[in-house]
Ligand binder design. Sequence first.
Ligand code: HEM
Length: 434
Amino acid sequence: MTATSPAPATAGRVEIDARVFNPYSKDFIRNPDPVWQTLMRDYPVAWHKDLQMWIVSSHELCDRLLKDNRFTPNFRAWEFAPPPKAEADKNDFDRAFEKGFFAVSPAEHLRLRKLTMPAFSRPVMGKIDEKIRDLVTECFDAIGEAAEFDVYSALAVKIPARSIARMVGVPIDMEDFFHEFAVDVIKSTRINLPAKEREASMQATLPGFKYFRDRIAERRARPHPGDDFLGSLVGAVDASNEGDARLDDYEILSVIFALITAGSDTATDLHTYLLYALLSNPDQFALLKRKPELMENAIVECLRWGSFGKMPFFRFASEDIEFAGQTIRKGQAIGVNVQAAWHDPAKWDDPTRLDIARRLDGNIVFGAGAHFCIGTYLVRVQGRLMLTEFMRRFPDADLANGTGDLDYEWTHHNARRINRLKVRTNLKARRRAA
Ligand code: HEM
């Protein structure tokens, strides 16, 4: 290199590798906190040589990065993004995907959020509560008076996708169809699936997209599209945007797509981690039974404490960016390690302690900035209904064998997915004592 050559992109770069952070290692999945603390203390911004991406870990930096629009979630901005398909080769999946929250420009995203706002408003969401309550009751009725049950199979896999089905107005006799559709949508977006399997799942989603296109057409044909979730999307008008005032079919499909991809896997973890957090901290479970008004705070605190994510959230640099002393080149991928940030001692006192009365101001459990979670209402409703019913039916419950025989789906692509958590209901002991 001569004195006049440009400095290599790696000069002064802080680098780590899988020895520091391996999201797929069993030790990490069991107990991620030591790794997160190392990342936040020694490598708050570092290039991960094995993952080929930047990892940003402290609370302050994750918050700042999520609010900076130069970092886009659109994978088309990635230096290694595959070329887009030719227009003629695109199917409904591709068209819905490219109109989605994570694929459009910041201006289009803002328009999308504005137009979808009425569908997520309290009056529309409030009507969904009753439907989800029925679903939760059905799940607990199926558990009945069992001495022991598995939270994952009895609740966590049953409630989320069906809640979304009820939210988007799928009739009950079509819920199995919707469930299959949701499973295939999620599989189609999993980067760690072999390409052939991913393609097969994507093809299997097409009848689901057709089903919703027909429902949208039917709503458009009515004099008034209806005031439920789908009707609100069909009827939404942005009066300030004359040229593009309404959502087109693919934009509405993209919302359903986003609800499935962002809202069913996460809510599966919501149910297991809520019960895991409370039952492994009996003092906090007792406090919630005494003070149910802490419910909303408790749900967010349990999510913060359990920190179920494994892979950070993706962003891509849309230009060269100086960030916290490091140079992030245009096109590079960044992992926003919010899970670590949820345990940042600079933000949280004693971060590994569950404290359902903790003040959670400024938390980024549901993200920050333009892509802040759109599903928080549904999270609170599902969480509240499930916990209220659980405490009502099984007030003396605890973890079976002290640990719940807890197990993980070790190869899950982005979550520390608990796929076994056994709970003892202790109903007999309660009856004997009464
Ligand atoms: C435990 C439950 C959940 C947690 C912890 C959670 C967390 C988050 C976070 C951190 C983001 C920001 C991601 C980013 O910036 O890259 C996000 C976005 C999003 N979430 Fe959630 N979420 C949950 C459940 C849900 C549910 C149930 C739904 C819908 C039914 C949902 C829908 C969405 C959507 C559509 C976005 C993207 C919004 C946008 O790009 O404008 N989430 N969520």
